[in-house]
Design a binder for this molecule. Structure first.
Ligand code: ADP
Length: 543
């Protein structure tokens, strides 16, 4: 027997209807190149999204056509998200940190019809535009006076595009399974792969991210997403905030600038923010050097890479709870979240320190398991390491225009490419990327854990661990370190002594090499492949 409830489609358009009516007066504050502190309301935002929808309607695109964005987190990008997806097109967010050849590849692969870009990225676009013959026009998200000077004839000013357009627009009825947005993985090996989100998957993910033990977004929050809207939809913040009625604060091009972040937090009363570990290092360095505080900030969600305990403990001194989360582009991205801080009283200091560096429990909606090389499921005992697999309604079933993939070899499951342990209570610990694992004498060493410990040393700015050949052990860990301003005298022995007692003895790297700058991927992760290339001929002193 079927239930007798309404089958209302789960579409992003419903967010517009809801937020405009019940949270219309809540603010969106943005930093843009043409205005260091632009502010308006959700009502204004959706009115302008409809003006934009009217303008786009004049382009006579087909439903499902891709409209790309190449932009920072700000109100115009927010408008473009909604105008494109709610009109029935697909908003393809492009990461400007990709290599130009990857940008060309994904624009052509996605068959983008129009590209909306921040003026900061005009130089990149000028370099690639001729190689993207399918693009009908480039919309620069700024005012007339800030437009780049160019001879190209298909360049449009965003504000001029909106001018004179009506702010009424009848959003089309959409199928909840229709695609709404597209994001490519950063493709550390091979070409980037497209993950095509649907209205339904986005809505379910939105509900999930808002849960108290996940990102916990409420109407009382002032949310500053420092996770970019150009990669995995800023972890869903641009959808969750208008659903909750949370004020949004968007740092634009200043997302890596500690001083701007601190000013935005203090002046706008930010309560919650989300970002990768590097942005938190920038903020904490700024606070340390100026003595400023961030009193309104209650919690930060950290993900994208493992969050070192040292970051969490430094945030403790400001009264900020650090919530460690894990996920990936293919998961919309949220997979797990660690809300140990909300249950602080249950743990002793030591237990808490140990507890909070894992990535937490699966968010309801995401099922996880770990398997061995023969695809046998491994126990949740906190010890067995295995390939981490996931399934759920906001997890990628297949890549865009790609028949099959190794990640989908087990029907119904997605193989994340991460190696993990899961403890009896369901807490997941990410040990490594499958391709980064270090096997010493047949046993695994978690490069992530060694890196986290090394980053805790007061003279270390960044640390990466890779496995190098060793005649006796097969592989041994090599620690590669970028020293900070105080670190000129740091020696390999001092670092090794520092690690002694903090990690298993046999996990202590056999050697330490210092470099000036760490190579990063387009999403800010340490580029292990490049480290391995840099140290391709390296031999351990005792080898
Ligand atoms: P990319 O954009 O590089 O394709 P994603 O941004 O989707 O990748 O990142 C996904 C990967 O990032 C995960 O599979 C995992 O290896 C790593 N990752 C994300 N969050 C965490 C975390 N909290 N701890 C450790 N690793 C993480």
């Amino acid at each position: 027997m079927q239930g007798l409830m309404m089958n209302a489609p789960l579409t992003i358009t419903s967010i517009v209807h809801h937020a405009e009516r019940v949270h219309g007066r809540k603010e969106i504050v943005s930093v843009t190149r043409d205005n260091p502190r632009h502010r308006y309301t959700y009502k204004d935002a959706f009115g302008r999204a409809r003006q934009l929808a009217n303008a786009i309607a004049g382009w006579k695109l087909e439903q499902g056509d891709r409209i790309a964005t190449f932009a920072w987190n700000d109100y115009r990008h927010f408008e473009t998200y909604y105008a494109s997806a709610c009109s029935g097109y697909v908003c393809h967010t492009i990461n400007p940190r990709l290599f130009p050849e990857q940008i060309v590849y994904i624009i052509n692969h996605a068959d983008d019809q129009w590209v909306f870009l921040d003026p900061d990225f005009w130089p990149i676009v000028e370099g690639v535009a001729d190689q993207c013959p399918g693009v009908k026009g480039w919309v620069v998200m700024t005012t007339r006076e800030h437009m780049p000077v160019t001879d190209r004839d298909n360049v449009v000013c965003y504000e001029e595009l909106l001018e004179g357009q009506s702010s009424t627009f009848e959003w089309p009825e959409l199928d909840e399974n229709a695609a709404c947005s597209l994001c490519y993985t950063s493709g550390t090996t091979g070409n980037p792969k497209g993950v095509l989100y649907s209205h339904r998957s986005t809505m379910l993910h939105t509900y999930a991210t808002m849960m108290p033990d996940a990102l916990g977004i409420a109407s009382s929050d002032v949310v500053m997403p420092i996770v970019p809207m150009f990669h995995v939809n800023a972890w869903g913040n641009p959808y969750a905030c208008p659903v909750a009625g949370a004020k949004m604060v968007m740092p634009g091009a200043k997302m890596g600038d500690g001083a701007t972040l601190a000013a935005l937090i203090n002046e706008e009363g930010v309560t919650m923010s989300a970002g990768v570990p590097t942005v938190w290092l920038n903020l904490l360095n700024h606070l340390r050097s100026t003595g400023e505080r961030v009193d309104t900030l209650e919690r930060v969600v950290v993900g994208g890479s493992a969050c070192p305990l040292s970051i969490m403990e430094e945030f403790d001194t400001y009264g900020v709870d650090t919530r460690h989360a894990w996920g990936m582009t293919e998961m919309s991205p949220l997979g797990t979240s660690n809300a140990a801080g909300a249950n602080r009283a249950q743990f002793t200091d030591d237990e808490f320190a140990k507890m909070r560096t894992n990535v937490g429990i699966p968010v309801f909606g995401v099922e996880v398991k770990i398997t061995d090389d023969d695809n046998n499921e491994l126990p949740w005992d906190g010890k067995a390491f295995g390939a981490l697999k996931v399934r759920g309604p906001w997890i990628c079933e297949s890549y865009y225009k790609l028949d099959g993939s190794d990640a989908h070899s087990e029907p119904g499951w997605f193989e994340t490419g991460d190696v993990a342990t899961i403890n009896p209570d369901g807490y997941v610990s990410i040990t490594d990327r499958t391709k980064d694992v270090i096997k010493s004498g047949g046993e695994w060493i978690s490069s992530i854990e060694v890196e986290n410990c090394a980053t805790g040393h007061p003279m270390v700015a960044e640390a990466g661990v890779i496995g190098r050949m060793h005649p006796k052990w097969g592989e041994r860990p090599l620690l590669i370190v970028v020293r900070n301003e105080q670190g000129a005298d740091l020696t390999p022995d001092e670092l090794k002594n520092y690690l002694d007692g903090k990690i298993a003895k046999w996990w202590i790297p056999d050697d330490v090499q210092f470099i000036d700058a760490m190579p990063h991927t387009a999403t800010g992760k340490i580029q292990k492949m490049e480290l391995r290339e840099m140290f391709a001929d390296y031999q351990f002193p005792d080898a």
